[in-house]
Design a protein around this ligand. Sequence first.
Ligand code: ADP
Ligand code: MG
Length: 326
Amino acid sequence: MITVENLTKKFGAVTAVDSVSFTVKEGTIFGFLGPNGAGKTTTINILCTLLSATSGTAWIDNHDCMKEPSEVRKRIGIVFQDNTLDKELTAYENLLLHAYLYNIPGRKRKERIGEALRFVDLYERRNEQVKKFSGGMKRRLEVARSIVHQPRVLFLDEPTLGLDPQSRTHLWEFISTLPEKHRVTVFMTTHYMEEAEICDTIAIIDKGTIVAQGSPQELKRQVGGDSLFLTTTDNRRAAADLKALLGLDAEERDGELCITVSGGESYIPRVVQALTGRVLSVRLQKPTLNDVFLHLTGRTIRPETVSSGEEMRSIVRTYRRKFDNR
Ligand SMILES: Nc1ncnc2c1ncn2[C@@H]1O[C@H](COP(=O)(O)OP(=O)(O)O)[C@@H](O)[C@H]1O
Ligand SMILES: [Mg+2]
């Protein structure tokens, strides 16, 4: 449904997207996972025909994003990184406006809008002004709006950014059923590891380059194993026995013995048996996507934090300027 080949976007001296290639199969959820500034939004903007690439190609449903923008636009829906609802209008009116813009015939409008609102659990709230909605409700409403015209591909740019954990989990439930319930292919970007877990395929992007692609399971397997943590009556003696009897290297960390092995579960009975009566506890830790990113880039993905007063002041200044310019 989506094919991208050697896509590159430069902004002056900055290469925001650097020769990126990937394909997305119909009916799947594809995730672009990467830290701030990695090039996620830039890629989405090119695919959505809002930005032209410096070089490379992109197709959606066999239409060229650069050469056939109107064909591509008919087939896509988008939830932007920043909220774009009209807060003075009701939930229903926001979707109605969208239905007009997409030329949905009059007899179908009401039904399609009702269906979309029911999908995200907002039908009962349809006649309320959006300004009274919580952050999570607004996001759900944007998802509803993006499917009213029945797109084949849906783009979600950081769909749960800034939401509390509960609203995020709630939204993931809707997103994960989109392919099945609305027959769309989903392309989403995120810097939340847990969010990437709902994707069928993930591309990890860092500094404009894709550093790894695969299912969450495949990527985690690349890290090279599970960690088995043991507490024993005598860690030093246990480590020596594990080496002698099973050939395992155990390392002591904060009072626990740590063994890195693939297929950690199958080692538990062997380890317990080898150390007869001396194992006090066993804990198995599977690698996370955070470990994958760390393994590939030597850094962890963290949402941006406002760490200093100066940064906060600079953000306030930027917002003031935006506000003054309106
Ligand atoms: N319009 C623009 N002009 C100049 N630089 C830009 C523009 N848009 C994005 N960039 C730069 O491109 C890089 C990637 O940005 P972006 O695609 O927004 O990343 P992400 O969405 O992953 O956080 C960043 O270094 C950003 O500063
Ligand atoms: Mg972005």
